[in-house]
Design a protein around this ligand. Sequence first.
Ligand code: ZN
Length: 203
Amino acid sequence: MNWIASPYCAKCGYPFPADLDLGGVPLCPVCASGNCELDWIRSACVYDDASRSAMLPFKHGGRIKYARFMSRAMIWALRDMDVDADIVMPVPLARRRLFHRGYNQATLLARPIARALGIKIDYDSVRRLYRPDMGHKTARERAENIHGVFSVAKPELIRGRRILLVDDVMTTGATFSELRRVLMRAGASAVYGVTFCRVVRAI
Ligand SMILES: [Zn+2]
């Protein structure tokens, strides 16, 4: 695995070359311009052949036992964070997908993380509509595809709360952005994220 270690962006966790010294609080260009998807994001490793070889069987092949090592890596990724979240929330899966897959992979990762942090988990305050798979689309197409899929079913559990979102992978950040938009509109006070791996594009 290509684990993400310092130096990285203080907001989104984007890994920097080892010899790069930005001094102070290092920010990537996206976060420096105020466009981070969430208040902060951490990922354990880079999305590549190695992490994919764990993630795909976990997500689509029923290898749910992988949740143990993946969630441990995610807890490790949070080692430098003073996590002040009130709620741990797995990124919701549409009911139809849950029915076919039998489990939400994000929930399997979120449970041990919530336990390790001593924070309660929230499975059902937010619902997700079914939309056909996004496949390999552009960032703009992914953002359009995800727009409007989330709805807050229990706003009283969201209002004033700081929420740590958990997912297996961050691709373009479109899912996090959309979920944050919906949560903030429902009165959340902060939205953070942690994923097992993330796509690292040149920026
Ligand atoms: Zn950043």
